[in-house]
Design a protein around this ligand. Structure first.
Ligand code: NDP
Length: 685
């Protein structure tokens, strides 16, 4: 299919296993630079209730049958397949007004997020279908009743309603954690740029890598879709606060307590430090960062810097440097490689931004950039949604409201002065909750005061200085591993954040019961659960033969004073508690010299290891090591080693096995406890 055909392409929705055109003619979507129609959009006639039911019945069970690692592998292959096709996406992306650099953020950024979740799923999640959350809670003295939290995927459909500014990233940043969690999704891109999302979804569907119905797409209005959501569904929204509020209070969402995540307007602030005077490296970095944030995606980024908070004494210098830099921005047709800033997404959006600039003029004056007379290096000023970068200055930000309230979603920022660190924090907080803020300083005390002051009002805070200048990902870049979302006005939602984002699509359940049944439910052995002693050393068993609960109880070893001294001299650890009887006795925790903790761990390994070559390939670490009771010369150690968790690795001949290791003394007291982590072959040969 050639996506750049003339006349404009009729977009289709992908629902209930097929591509469906709307029944009406469709609304034309215009190239942001040229005004030429790119596509027609209409979703009339789509059966939304059926689409939800299809996702729930068809895709949900298929995704839930897969383990986390299987889903992660699916995301990885999908991400690679999309990377292979990205030139086609870039070609269409310029119609949205995105320059090549903007498209990189959207397309590579989106696919990169998918790949990042694939990697996180493989590395940070077990190869299971259920997640355990936190430790076991022991609820009885005799060990017959315990509890554990589990997370399992919601059995509905995630409805993702996205904004126009990132047609690819906006979809994939929500889809990645959703699919990894095991939940299908219906994606509803904003109409204005839906043709790019539609193309990417077409390519995703064509790969055949996803279970049927795992991703459905609505091009156009969502009609009565939200009337049919229930308590197993989730709705996420990115866009304007007014639409967000409307959707959040939709009767079906309230009635059924549907999870609703919102990411809306955000008056993000950036603070120049009191130490960052003109001619310092931080001052120059700040100028570059504000300029970049104003012009990347023509300022149509939810994370863009809208409020520029600057020490009063540096304001003139800042405005002059920033104004000069912004004035050099090459504005024009997004398809032109020499252009640094493209148009806004549509003429309507440009008119909207101009209207918001007029609102801002109630509190501020324009100090750089004319909103009405775009200076173009290419393109037709009459046909494209071009707007110069516009810098405003508000001299009395304490008395102003508009500069803290009005989001002009374009290349528009307002400089405002402050005198003390406390004032800078208070001004940032007047955004009433934002996605991100930043502070440019090389002064640790200023960084501490400002970051801790702003943190409760923000989802992310970036500190910029000369040290991180080259490696910093910048104020405006949400990253897959970091939370994206903010309190209050920013919508109160939280996306991404690594596995935090995955858990949003899962239900946390406290499961109580006897340890053996808890182990059966969670697939992890817990203390006091039944064990299996087959007579064969568990290290002789391959992954195929090993079972949760397989246990070895070792022989014993008595620790002598000579052992302790030998270990001390051998390793160089001659800490007084091991070597000086009087000093050890004076210590409140010991009655005399004690064995080194690492000696206990070493002796334990000597007790439980089976030395011959076999399925156990390597010991790659220990987790949660605790020394619980001092070991004195003459004490006798014994180890109980129990197979706790088995994770076969997809596409490899081995997997990871976690062993519960408990070292006790002759009185049965636990002296050390930890998890031993090993790699074990899947078969014996
Ligand atoms: P909207 O809130 O109008 O649209 C956002 C999404 O919601 C779109 O997919 C839109 O679809 C959909 N939508 C709109 N109305 C409904 C409804 N009644 N039921 C279901 N879905 C609906 O925002 P825009 O994209 O038009 O942007 C408007 C303003 O929002 C911008 O100027 C900017 O100020 C702000 N914005 C903020 C963002 C942020 O992250 N901070 C991101 C994007 C915008 P459709 O396009 O088909 O109407």
């Amino acid at each position: 299919m050639n996506v750049l055909v003339n006349p404009p392409r009729r977009l289709e929705s992908y629902v209930s296993g097929r591509w469906v055109p709307g029944t009406k003619d469709g609304t034309p979507l215009l190239d942001a630079s040229t005004g030429v129609p790119v596509a027609l959009i209409d979703s009339t006639g789509v059966d939304f209730a059926a689409a939800l039911a299809y996702g729930r019945k068809k895709a949900g069970p298929a995704l839930r049958r897969m383990s986390f690692h299987e889903r992660a592998a699916m995301l990885k292959t999908l991400g690679q397949a999309l990377m292979d096709r990205k030139e086609e996406f870039y070609a269409l992306s310029s119609a949205t007004g995105a320059t090549k650099a903007d498209s990189w953020i959207d397309i590579d950024g989106g696919i990169g997020t998918l790949l990042s979740y694939a990697s996180k799923g493989r590395r940070e999640l077990p190869n299971t279908r259920v997640l355990v959350d936190g430790d076991v809670e022991t609820l009885s003295r005799d060990g017959t009743f315990s509890a554990r939290h589990i997370l399992s995927p919601l059995q509905g459909v995630a409805v993702h309603i996205n904004a126009f500014n990132f047609p690819v990233w906006g979809m994939l940043e929500k889809l990645s954690p959703t699919l990894l969690a095991g939940m299908p999704a219906i994606v509803k891109p904003a109409s204005q740029t839906a043709y790019l999302t539609e193309l990417v979804v077409r390519r995703m569907v064509e790969t055949g890598l996803l279970p049927e119905g795992a991703v459905q797409l609505v091009c156009g209005s969502v009609g009565d879709l939200l009337d049919h959501v229930d308590g197993q569904d989730a709705v996420t929204f990115t866009g304007s606060a007014s639409t967000g509020r409307k959707l959040k209070t939709h009767p079906a969402i309230i009635e059924n307590s549907v999870r609703f995540t919102m990411e809306a307007d955000s008056l993000n602030a950036s603070v120049l430090g009191l130490d960052a005077a003109p001619a310092t490296e931080e001052f120059d970095l700040f100028v570059k960062e504000v300029s970049r944030e104003m012009t990347a995606k023509a300022g149509q980024k939810c994370t863009a810097i809208r409020r520029v908070i600057v020490p009063r004494a540096y304001c003139d210098a800042l405005i002059s440097a920033l104004g000069e830099r912004l004035g050099k921005t090459a504005l024009g047709n997004a398809a032109d490689d020499t252009v640094r800033m493209g148009p806004l997404a549509s003429l309507a959006q440009r008119d909207e931004v101009r209207a918001r600039i007029r609102d801002l003029l109630a509190d501020a004056e324009i100090v750089a950039g004319n909103p009405d007379n775009p200076q173009l290096v290419s393109g037709d000023a009459g046909a494209g949604a071009f707007l110069n970068p516009v810098l405003l200055y508000c001299d009395k930000p304490w008395e102003a409201n508009a500069v803290h309230d009005v989001e002009a979603f374009g290349p528009v920022s307002t400089v405002m002065p402050y005198d003390t660190a406390e004032e800078a924090v208070d001004l940032a907080r007047r955004g009433k909750g934002s996605l991100v803020s930043s502070v440019f300083t090389n002064d640790p005390a200023f960084a501490e005061e400002v970051v801790l002051g702003m943190a409760p009002f923000h989802g992310r805070v970036l500190i910029g200085n000369r040290v991180s200048a080259k490696t910093s990902t910048g104020h405006g870049s949400p990253l897959p591993g970091l939370v994206h979302g903010g309190p209050g006005r920013a919508g109160g939602g939280e996306e991404l954040g690594g596995l935090r984002g995955v858990k949003h699509y899962m239900q946390r359940t406290a499961v109580q019961g006897s340890p053996t049944l808890l182990s059966a439910v969670t697939g992890r052995w817990v203390s006091d659960a039944a064990v299996r002693k087959t007579g064969e050393h568990p290290f002789r068993k391959s992954l195929a033969e090993l079972r949760i609960g397989d246990q070895l109880v070792t022989g014993t070893r008595t620790v002598t004073l000579e052992d302790i001294e030998h270990f001390a001299n051998f390793t160089g650890d001659t800490f007084y508690a091991h070597m000086d009887e009087d000093a050890a006795r004076a210590n409140p925790f010991f009655d005399g010299r004690v064995a080194h903790g690492y000696l206990i761990v070493s002796f334990a390994a000597g007790l439980f290891v089976d030395p011959a070559p076999g399925p156990v390939l390597a010991n790659y670490g220990v987790d949660n090591l605790r020394f619980l009771t001092p070991v004195s010369p003459g004490d006798t150690l014994q180890v109980q080693l129990t197979c706790k968790e088995i994770n076969p690795r997809i596409g490899a001949e081995h997997g990871e096995v976690r062993w519960d290791c408990r070292v006790t003394n002759q009185h049965g007291a636990t002296v050390a406890q930890y998890d031993v982590l090993t790699m074990v072959a899947k078969t014996r040969d």
